[in-house]
Design a protein around this ligand. Sequence first.
Ligand SMILES: NC(=O)c1ccc[n+]([C@@H]2O[C@H](COP(=O)([O-])OP(=O)(O)OC[C@H]3O[C@@H](n4cnc5c(N)ncnc54)[C@H](O)[C@@H]3O)[C@@H](O)[C@H]2O)c1
Length: 315
Amino acid sequence: MNSDGIRAAAVVGAGLMGADIAAVLALAGIDVTLIDIDDDQLTLAQARMRTSMATLSENGLVAAEEAAHALERVEGTLDRAAALNSADFVVETVFEDLQLKQEIFAAMDAEAPPEAILTSNTSSLSITALAAATKRPERVVGSHFILPGTVLPLVEVVRGELTSDDTMQETYDLWQRAGKQPVMVQKDIPGFIHNRLQHALSREAISLWASGVASAEEIDAVVVNGFGLRLARVGPLAQRDLGGMVMNVAIAASLYPDLSTLTDAPQAMKDLVDQGAVGLEAGRGFQDWGDADPRETRREVERRLLADLLHRQRT
Ligand SMILES: NC(=O)c1ccc[n+]([C@@H]2O[C@H](COP(=O)([O-])OP(=O)(O)OC[C@H]3O[C@@H](n4cnc5c(N)ncnc54)[C@H](O)[C@@H]3O)[C@@H](O)[C@H]2O)c1
């Protein structure tokens, strides 16, 4: 089947990502059934989808009429078996728990048509391990979205050991058709690409903070006011090309031996946890958040992301 043949999708797990992915599929003209075991989650998901559609249409990313039609294409249900029965494409977005996800994959395999693609939005679990719970490992693939899924363009399409080329391509094509910027990840490695890169940078930042090189605010300012600005336009490898390979080889020899190779959180970070400084909700983590409203703070980050994305599209 090519991705144009995908007309009906099911999303199992109506949490944050389930609602976002259902909205993305519906905007691509696909009928979506959103499935959960908790009716309240289905109600919350409807509200999240309405808010996402409003944000997209208010910012001119989607026509208001298109957003309204998309919402009509999503139906919520607690009856998984009936919903999977006619799905061409099934996305799993339940809690990040291997045993639970394997049970869901076994059920999806039994309940969805034999040719349907089964995909997981897992951020950290092995696609190969999920595929092993099914009799169709060649039709199992990862589709790793980044929150907020309706706004950030990236989807990592992750190959399990037995995923077929057709499954990779159809999944890639589908997300592209849905307006995303998919990337094929050819090896089933922990953290895929996005989270590995993200945490490689965090590890170095945490190590600099723990060794007292600068405050958390100053370390963040180096990224936000320095190479972070460039990263949104030029990836780290293209940037190396701009610098020139000879210089890169020299930097690797002199700097890499000094970079963090931490394999666990440093003691100073564990001390923060012991002191209750567990991040934004607690008002303190690496930084002091005072009495900032966590929801409003996260919304503000989303607003800035959207503004940057809009600016990028316009230019
Ligand atoms: N939140 C993120 O930033 C993010 C980003 C990328 C990937 N992910 C991944 O997406 C997945 C979902 O994350 P989330 O943040 O949306 O979680 P969430 O907690 O918001 O939602 C999970 C949903 O799964 C439902 N659920 C649990 N068991 C179920 C079952 N047996 N059948 C049907 N529904 C069931 C829950 O009721 C809940 O609605 C995880 O694998 C997570 O790692 C999350």
